[in-house]
Write a protein that binds this ligand. Structure first.
Ligand code: 5GP
Ligand code: MG
Length: 456
């Protein structure tokens, strides 16, 4: 996962990009970067860390120009080091190229090999670098044909914000796995992963970039083309369940309202007597609100979040992850003591968070703990950009619900049904990719490595 942002033409491009990235920080906390272009000069600043650590006023002021592209990274492919930060910038025959990519390509290995045979020297382990090499290798004279040819070689998920000389480009793969929206601020067009970034900078939402669409934003306006064969949509359903910010509209619909419907549906599917409904904050909060409304069981905060600690998943190593899980939430004995608790979580991935939370609630005096999860069991790895790397790590792929319940230590555990989840969505079910739940992959990886992951 990653957050991407672009703006052109605006005199405060770098400032606005920085604010946009703040709004998108939840999509990746590992590294942050902004590139700008001023005349023929390019200014790039990127580093490991949060937007607030990486940028300050002086740096922003040094990023001159009216065109800016920004990126926050959550590593899925490629390891976590400074080389793998984005925007990825190269100078090629066609000029300056900068790439901010969200999603995961699935024909990486074959493209890598093909390009290396032609003499490409890869600097990073990011699949996004491939796009730069394709652009550089294109034999097309026209910049539009260059982009179309390069993107036509890609398989898998991409939402892209590109800079090609003084043109800002937005593109989304034909399945549309990852979101990308278009906004307007003064004379400038804005591209962002989620609408919450437009809200923060006061830009007006215009529309989503359509699956298979490429927009070229020049000083004098925007041109849109749809050069690729149409296919069915495969919007990532997990964006609604967990990933996107609740105050965003993605795929043209609001995330908060969708999460509340998921919670309400859970209450319908698995009613049980309880004294209170509580979320595992923050991600379970919206489904818990929906559950409470539908079941008429009062909503309480049974644990309070320390907001100065980052997301538990974001640190790729397991040791750090365990530590973060404990430090983040403090239980409220006054609310929990002697109570029958309905605990709501948006999803169970590895099961480690839930296990620790349930233990904490017991220590704080909870008498009964019923756990409900606002999506079905996650059983299959994601090739399109969500961090569910191998089957082995997904607790529900190896074990049944009773085993997971026992591992977590809850008195009961139920997951929302697939039907129930799909019916709670703001769009008909044909629009979604549900591969992580069903194993029905809209496009299967051609590379041997990905196949191995699937079999593990
Ligand atoms: P686990 O079951 O692995 O202990 O963790 C589940 C928790 O991680 C849930 O609270 C869910 O909100 C969160 N989560 C689910 N998927 C992701 C992800 O891809 N990235 C991050 N950062 N958190 C996730
Ligand atoms: Mg969570």
């Amino acid at each position: 996962m990653c957050g991407i942002f672009g703006i052109y033409p605006h005199k405060d491009a770098a400032h606005l990009a920085c604010l946009g990235l703040y709004a998108l920080q939840h999509r990746g906390e590992e590294s942050s970067g902004i590139i700008t272009r001023n005349g023929k000069k390019v200014h790039l600043h990127k580093a490991l860390g949060l937007v607030s650590d990486v940028f300050d006023e002086k740096i922003i002021r040094s990023l001159r120009g009216e065109l800016a592209v920004g990126h926050v990274r959550y590593s899925t492919t490629g390891s976590s080091n400074i080389k793998n930060t984005q925007p990825f910038y190269v100078r090629a025959k066609i000029g300056d190229i900068a790439i901010a990519h969200n999603g995961n390509l699935i024909n990486t290995l074959s493209l890598h090999r093909e390009l290396e045979n032609k003499g490409a020297l890869f600097q990073t382990s990011m699949d996004s670098e491939i796009i730069a090499h394709l652009l550089a290798h294109s034999q097309n004279k026209d910049f539009k044909d260059t982009i179309i040819w390069s993107l036509s070689k890609l398989e898998g998920a991409y939402s892209l914000v590109l800079m090609l000389n003084d043109i800002l480009i937005g593109a989304r793969d034909s399945f549309g796995w990852r979101p990308l929206c278009l906004g307007k601020l003064d004379e400038a067009y804005v591209l962002a992963s989620e609408t919450c970034a437009l809200d923060l900078i006061g830009a007006k939402y215009i529309r989503d970039i359509q699956p298979g669409e490429i927009v070229f934003i020049k000083k004098d306006g925007l041109e849109s083309i749809k050069p690729f064969k149409k296919t069915h949509h495969a919007f990532c359903i997990f964006e609604y369940i967990y990933f996107a910010r609740p105050d965003s509209n993605i795929f043209e619909h609001n995330v908060y309202m969708t999460r509340k419907r998921l919670g309400a549906q859970l209450a319908i599917e698995f009613p049980v007597e309880a004294d209170l409904v509580m979320p595992i904050p923050d991600s379970g909060t919206y489904a818990a609100l929906g559950f409470s409304e539908a079941s008429k069981i009062p909503f309480e905060y049974g644990m309070i979040r320390n907001h100065y600690i980052g997301r538990t998943f974001i640190q790729p190593s397991q040791v750090l992850r365990d530590f973060h899980v404990r430090i983040k939430l403090n239980p409220l004995k006054e609310v929990l003591d002697g109570k029958r608790v309905m605990l709501i979580e948006d999803s169970i991935v590895r099961g480690t968070t839930s296990r620790i939370r349930v233990k904490t609630l017991r220590l704080a005096g909870a008498k009964l703990i019923h756990m409900r999860v606002s999506c079905p069991p996650l059983k299959f790895p994601c090739f399109y950009g969500i961090d569910f790397p191998t089957k082995k790590e997904l607790i529900a792929s190896k074990h049944d619900i009773e085993w997971v319940r026992d591992f977590i230590g809850a008195d009961s555990l139920e997951y929302l049904s697939l039907e129930g989840m799909l019916n709670s969505m703001p769009l008909p079910k044909e629009h979604f990719c549900t591969a992580c739940f069903t194993g029905d992959y809209p496009a299967t990886p051609s590379s041997r490595v990905s196949k191995t992951i699937l079999e593990k």
